[in-house]
Design a protein around this ligand. Structure first.
Ligand SMILES: N[C@@H](CCC(=O)N[C@@H](CS)C(=O)NCC(=O)O)C(=O)O
Length: 315
């Protein structure tokens, strides 16, 4: 863990606020790829590269959209080593950086901006043509892949169809603080009160969405959308990691009547399943986050893989 300050790497953990609450820094590369060429980043097959981690729920969102839209041959991917050390994310010998030959992900940020200040996070959408980071905010990358790469998408079902756009955006907003970021707010809190507040937010939101999913198959109705992708990547990690490592242990996803089947329903979609690497997820959190787990011991359970294969029982 660490961050860049004026282009120089400094290792260290996140600074909580005075209340001991986790503050997620804003991402700063926020350019847009456009289908019509109205930005310097025109959508082209083979021009853009995704740097991701299989462990990271934010990066996982982009991998799922890429797979569900059939963008594999238009946008290539490099997966970083799940073990993040004091040097931050790095490339493993068996999957070197094919674009820049970088050793660490921070080198990719430095190539885009030699004076970069900020966290070195995944996902990154990289432009090979101009040597730039287009965008490192997963929600925006998801939408760009879905919308702006339509001409190269071999699967034509949008995850953000215009008729549902308002509801999708509202749902993405609604689940961000209590669910997607809520588990981190619980896990990275450094004071009791901040932890309890975050943990209660997590379960209040899960209870609410469990009830919604008692009435409909997906968060915005009958079809799978970006909102489900965002919910899924958090739920997949929940019983495996967040329950114990982040102390989100009031209930498991398995204990929820509807969220449990909903998770299996999405997991068992072949395009989703091929993006899921439970081994990377467990190793990353337990090995890398030494402020939370100082001895880097990775637990042997729970057996989430077997659970995920049970019938979803959804319709
Ligand atoms: N808001 C960003 C968050 C990305 C993010 O925080 N990724 C984590 C991995 S799960 C990361 O790379 N953290 C490294 C760090 O903060 O040093 C997004 O949604 O893309």
């Amino acid at each position: 863990m660490g961050e860049m300050v004026d282009g120089v790497w400094r290792s260290g953990w996140y600074d909580p606020d005075a209340r001991g609450a986790f503050q997620r820094p804003q991402t700063t590369f926020r350019h847009q790829v456009t289908r019509d060429g109205s930005s310097p980043f025109r959508a082209e097959a083979g021009r853009y590269h995704l740097y991701v981690s299989y462990a990271c729920p934010w990066a996982h969102r982009t991998l799922i959209v890429r797979a569900l839209r059939g963008l594999e041959s238009a946008i290539d991917v490099t997966v970083v080593d799940p073990k993040m050390s004091d040097d931050g994310w790095s490339f493993a010998p068996d999957e070197p950086d094919p674009i820049l030959g970088a050793k660490f992900l921070r080198d990719v940020y430095a190539r885009a901006d030699a004076r970069y200040t900020g966290r070195v996070t995944v996902p990154i959408l990289w432009d090979k043509k101009t040597g730039a980071i287009v965008n490192n905010e997963s929600r925006e990358v998801m939408r760009m892949l879905d919308e702006q790469f339509e001409d190269f998408a071999t699967k034509k079902t949008s995850l953000a169809p215009p008729s549902l756009r308002a509801s999708i955006d509202e749902t993405l907003d609604a689940i961000y603080t209590p669910v997607n970021n809520g588990v981190y707010r619980a896990g990275f809190a450094t004071k009791q009160e901040a932890y309890e507040e975050a943990c209660k937010d997590v379960f209040a939101a899960l209870d609410k969405w469990d009830a919604v999913l008692g009435k409909q198959r997906f968060l915005c109705g009958a079809v799978l959308t970006e909102a489900d992708v965002a919910m899924f990547t958090t739920l997949l990690r929940f019983d495996l990691v967040y329950y114990a490592h982040f102390k989100c242990n009031v209930r498991r996803i398995q204990d929820y009547a509807n969220l449990s089947g909903y998770l299996r329903d999405i997991y068992q979609m072949p395009d989703v399943k091929k993006t899921c690497r439970l081994d990377h997820i467990k190793t990353h959190y337990y090995w890398s986050q030494t402020t939370v787990n100082p001895h880097r011991i990775v637990p042997i359970g729970p057996d989430v893989a077997t659970q995920l294969e049970l019938p979803p029982n959804r319709n």
